[in-house]
Each structure stands twice: as C-alpha cells, then as structure tokens.
Design a protein. Structure first.
Length: 116
C-alpha cells in the first residue's frame, strides 16, 4: 500500500473500505491525511462515508481515528489475556493428565495388574 500511496498524483482519489487499513495509529492516519492534503489527493473511506473534500471531515476523522486506536488496543489486551488464560489452562491440563497417569499406573501396580 505504501508504494501505491507514493505513486498517487495531484487530483487522484484514494479509496479504502475501512479506516483501520490506513495506519496502525491515529497519528499515522492524521499524518497521511495531511500528506494527502498537501499533495491535493482525496481520501474516501467507504464504510464511514468519509470524503476529505468535505470541510468537517478532518475533525471527524481525528476523533474516529482515536476511537479506532482505542478499540485496537482493547482488543489486543483482550487477545493477550485470552492467550494467557489458554496457555495456563493447557499447562494445568498437562499437569492433571500427568498426575492422573501416574496415579493410574501406581494403582495398577499396587493392584497387581502391572503385568497386563
């Protein structure tokens, strides 16, 4: 995408489906919009009906970029926490499996079924 953005010329329109595809942070998005302004390039974001030719869009875009970054951070934290929980459960499952296997083997040995 960077290559496409570099090749855009004055008067071009850059269309994306979702805002989160433009940058990793609200700062990157705002810098991109400012770059487009200086190069006279229009940005259109389809899912939010944003067209940078409208005068109030920069204000709206800044607020939405902040919300998008906050949402991404929350999801990242949730994913990390879910991974930690899953990893902990896997470890617990392995430990319990080892303990039950050991108990089963000891039970069979005590019972005298170790030969079978």
């Amino acid at each position: 995408m960077r290559q496409v953005i570099r090749e855009l010329e004055s008067g071009d329109t850059f269309v994306v489906i979702r805002m989160d595809r433009l940058g990793r942070s609200s700062r990157q998005l705002i810098e991109l919009v400012e770059d487009f302004e200086t190069r006279n390039i229009t940005l259109v974001i389809l899912d939010m009906n944003i067209d940078t030719r409208m005068p109030t869009v920069k204000f709206f875009l800044t607020i939405m970029a902040g919300f998008a970054e906050m949402e991404k951070t929350i999801l990242k934290r949730k994913s990390l926490n879910n991974f930690r929980i899953l990893f902990t459960c896997q470890i617990c499952f392995r430990v319990i499996t080892l303990i039950l296997t050991q108990v089963y083997c000891n039970f069979n040995f005590i019972k005298g079924d170790y030969m079978t």
